[in-house]
Write a protein that binds this ligand. Structure first.
Ligand code: GLU
Length: 384
């Protein structure tokens, strides 16, 4: 057993009942019966029973709910198969009303109030709008209301949309400074290989860090029905854990899925290593469109872990066409993502100064730039 595997075995699954702010993401397949196109109301009410129990003990609850397109397409009797963008937008417009109504009613049974928030990609990527959305969420939670959130599919275009609520939910969890995110899905977690086709596939209960190895387990398996969507879930895990949020992937097909997690039901926990993360770093952590990659050597990786800035000397490769101020991924020698940060140089400049001492920057670029390629205040560390 490797040292990492031994450590993973020692790590304990967190207790759901100990979290103070929980985001629960509910997938379309759980909410809407695909054959009948009808809402699975009894299941939803059982889930809301679980949410209400956490609310009663004092936790804040946020729901990220999919299902608007699935519901709307059945109301509008759209054909099966992939929808054209305009059709899915029309379906979302019809379905979202029904969806919001159902959540609102289900919470009302417990004396709880729901508030709908529809966000676009730009609302979370642009810092000023992000801060606005965050303030609204915070105010709702102060008033003990429950935000029910979805992407604003009716106005999103192909180029600028999340498309999946896994990453949206992770972004929301970071935005709301939640300490836990649960992705309810039709799988009970991450496996070492596709479980449907590989009898030796092992379920992984705890992932202490999203390493390159973990990313590889999800990648390449998107065609496997049993692990469909695992790639976006691992992306979500990276965003969440880098922002100080523990994340679980759990089976939502059972009634009372949160109660089941608390009772030790099978799921995969992705643990956040973070100490308290500043709000600015959470925003960086959740950036969905990193524009490039810098690879760093082992010495630099260690320095970053010790809270230092990234100097050009520790950078071994630069990829992508980023501009100064863009968000880039920081990868270690194994290719594992160790964090994200706002870079102080354009890609061409970064290539010129990588591997060199900061003292040489002026000579290489013709002006005295910053000593750090990524300053530690502009960096959020997470993974490998
Ligand atoms: N926002 C989409 C909807 O409500 C769902 C996206 C997803 O299922 O991840 O229909």
């Amino acid at each position: 057993m490797t040292a990492r595997a031994a450590k993973a075995r020692r790590e304990k699954a967190p207790a759901l009942g100990a979290f103070r702010r929980i985001v629960v993401k509910v997938g379309s397949a759980l909410l809407v019966d695909s054959k009948a196109g009808a809402l699975r109301r009894a299941w939803l009410e059982a889930l809301v029973d679980d949410l209400a129990a956490h609310h009663t003990r004092g936790a804040d609850i946020l729901v990220v709910s999919s299902g608007s397109i699935a519901l709307g397409r059945s109301v509008l009797q759209l054909p099966r198969g992939a929808l054209k963008l305009e059709d899915s937008q029309a379906a979302a417009a019809v379905g979202q009303i029904a969806l919001a109504h159902v959540w609102s009613e289900a919470f009302r049974r417990h004396g709880m109030t729901a508030g709908q928030i529809l966000v676009t990609f730009g609302d979370t990527e642009e810092r000023r709008r992000y801060l606005n959305a965050r303030a609204t969420i915070e105010r709702l939670l102060e008033m003990r209301a429950t935000p029910v959130i979805n992407e604003n599919d009716t106005v999103a275009t192909h180029e600028i949309r999340y498309g999946d609520n896994d990453r949206l939910a992770a972004r929301v969890a970071a935005m709301a400074s939640a300490d836990c995110l649960v992705l309810l899905s039709d799988v009970d977690g991450l496996y070492t290989a596709p479980p449907a086709s590989d009898p030796n596939a092992r379920h992984i209960p705890i992932v202490p860090r999203v390493t390159a190895e973990i990313e590889a387990m999800a990648g390449g398996a998107v065609s496997e029905l049993s692990r469909g969507g695992m790639t976006t879930k691992i992306e979500a895990a990276k965003i969440a854990t880098t922002a100080g949020v523990h994340m679980a992937i759990a089976d939502g097909r059972v009634d009372h899925p949160l109660k089941r997690i608390s009772e030790g039901g099978r799921c995969t926990w992705f643990l956040t290593p973070s100490n308290p993360v500043t709000a600015r770093k959470k925003w960086i952590a959740g950036s969905l469109e990193p524009k490039g990659v810098v690879r760093v050597d082992a010495g630099a990786a260690q320095a970053l872990a010790n809270g230092k800035s990234l100097l050009p000397a520790g950078v071994t490769a630069v990829e992508g066409g980023f501009a100064r101020g863009d968000c880039v991924l920081i990868r270690n020698a194994d290719g594992g993502e160790i964090g994200r940060g706002l870079i102080a140089y354009d890609a061409i400049e970064a290539m010129r100064i990588m591997g060199r001492s900061s003292r040489d920057i002026e000579k290489l670029l013709g002006y005295a730039g910053r000593a750090a390629m990524i300053h530690r205040d502009d960096m959020a560390l997470g993974g490998a």
